[in-house]
Ligand binder design. Structure first.
Ligand code: 5AD
Ligand code: SF4
Length: 460
């Protein structure tokens, strides 16, 4: 009989991809996904460690799962509880102690061994004589890349993720990623191409290439050489049926000329780029170990816009990094004004155990962080709204990949990543459709179908 699996992912898109792959690994062993933890035979919490708030969430979720697990056990059944992802990697042993109901703890690099871990956890539960429980902990960084052991993926809809790079060697002083995901690793070109072809065969129209530092990609090529990220994108663009390519997330230092040129040459590469800058102050950028100055970022944006004039930019910001003064923060606002972002994520600095910045002096008080965050977010929201409003009247190709909230409404993404809603027939779900934009809102656009536009797209 089939066993039911529930996976909850926190945090970034890499985790969403990993969750899909965990399901792929378990499928041949009789596990099928279910959309609620009630009645599940296994629950996996795929955690995020990037900020304290995200990391603590796992413990409150475990508290909520405890009665569910106990109820199953009282009924003579079993619920395996697994914690995966970056918090598992960083705090595996502590999770085992703090939450004895957890059966399996695994890091992001070991989930290809899930079937074996599940078997071990089941055996441990059966032989739990005298109540002494033995959980399975696997937070190694194995020498063999997990990708070599994962089955061929199944497209999860018209817009799919494909992980091409993992880990990070940059060691920004605030960030846990180099510790939780490990050293930088690029998948070989042939693997990436065959996974992309499989996704397109399964119905993917758009692929987002993922990596913690995706533009640092340098994968082994068939002839034994190495390909950079721009070269990889050009090759992916040759795949028939693949209409759109995106990638995330990038470091400004790794934006090389070939990748910039790909933004000019490759039509399938969408005109949207998430390029985290974190701060506009050179002093803070230095303390963060970002390895570039504000001017370097501005020059890079200029080069990118020369290559692709309609390129829409998004970014990440941290306010209240240790030592950040009002003046430093003003420099961040100034950079935002000079660039003009269409969208951005901004966070209060959160000290992470084991990272250099957590031990720095001059931690910024909470009130100053909150004030700066509010001021930055106000400016960023104004920029988003202005961009969305300026889209009114434009004609855009939108990939309709979801149902909207209203009856008969479909939702999709513009080339610039804006969510667009439109009244459209169900048959268009999963299709790229040419729309006229009627209005721009705070976080989305509304569009209309127009017969003349559909003919135009068909001829294009
Ligand atoms: N505190 C706050 N934000 C952080 N980020 C990474 N580490 C921290 C931290 N310690 C943010 C950065 C990064 C994004 C994924 O999360 O802006 O780009
Ligand atoms: Fe973290 Fe910096 Fe690496 Fe990004 S580049 S994952 S912020 S260490």
């Amino acid at each position: 009989m089939g066993k039911k699996l529930f996976i909850k992912s926190y945090g970034c898109q890499m985790n969403v991809y990993d969750a899909d792959r965990m399901a792929d690994v378990l499928a041949p062993h009789g596990w099928t996904l279910t959309d609620a933890p009630d009645g599940a035979d296994m629950v996996i919490l795929n955690t995020c460690h990037i900020r304290e708030k995200a990391s603590e969430k796992v413990f409150s979720d475990l508290g909520r799962l405890r009665p569910l697990k106990q109820a199953r056990e009282e009924a003579g059944e079993r619920m395996i509880l697994a914690v995966a992802g970056c918090t598992a990697q960083a705090e595996g042993a502590e999770i085992m102690v703090r939450a004895p109901i957890v059966d399996i703890v695994m890091g992001p690099q070991t989930y290809h061994r899930l079937p074996e871990m599940v078997a071990r956890a089941s055996r441990a539960a059966e032989s739990k004589a005298g109540g002494k429980r033995k959980g399975v902990l696997d937070t190694e960084f194995p020498v063999e890349p997990k990708f070599d052991f994962l089955p061929e993926p199944v497209a999860k809809g018209p817009a799919s993720f494909l992980s091409v790079q993992e880990g990070c060697d940059k060691f920004c002083t605030f960030c846990v990623v180099p510790y939780t995901r490990g050293a930088e690793y690029s998948r070989p070109v042939a693997d990436v191409l065959s996974e992309a072809r499989a996704l397109v065969k399964g119905g993917a129209v758009e692929i987002t290439l993922l990596g913690q530092n995706v533009n640092a990609y340098h994968g082994e090529a068939a002839n034994g050489g190495e390909w950079g990220f721009g070269r990889l994108i050009r090759e992916l663009a040759e795949i028939d049926g693949l209409e759109r390519i995106r990638y995330t997330t990038s470091h400004p230092r790794d934006m090389d000329d070939d990748l910039i040129a790909a933004h000019r040459d490759v039509d399938k590469l969408m005109p949207f780029l998430h390029l985290p800058v974190q701060s506009g102050s050179d002093r803070i950028l230095h303390l963060m170990n970002r390895q570039h100055k504000a001017e370097d970022y501005l020059r890079l944006v200029e080069k990118l816009r020369d290559a692709r004039p309609d390129l829409a930019l998004s970014s990440d910001f941290i306010v209240g990094f240790p030592g950040e003064s009002e003046r430093d923060f003003e420099d961040t606002l100034e950079l935002v004004r000079r660039v003009g972002f269409v969208q951005a994520y901004s966070f209060k600095y959160s000290p992470r155990p084991g990272t250099p910045a957590a031990a720095m002096e001059l931690q910024v008080p909470e009130e100053a962080k909150a004030e700066r965050l509010a001021a930055l977010q106000e400016l960023l929201s104004e920029q988003t709204l202005a961009f969305n409003r300026a889209c009114t009247g434009r004609v855009m190709d939108v990939l309709l990949d979801r149902h909207g909230k209203l009856d008969g409404q479909l939702l999709g993404r513009s080339p610039y990543m804006q969510p667009v809603h439109v009244q459209a027939p169900e048959a268009l779900l999963g299709k790229l459709v040419r729309l006229r934009i009627l209005d721009g809102h705070a976080n989305s656009l509304s569009g209309e179908m127009a017969a003349d536009l559909q003919q135009e797209r068909a001829l294009a």
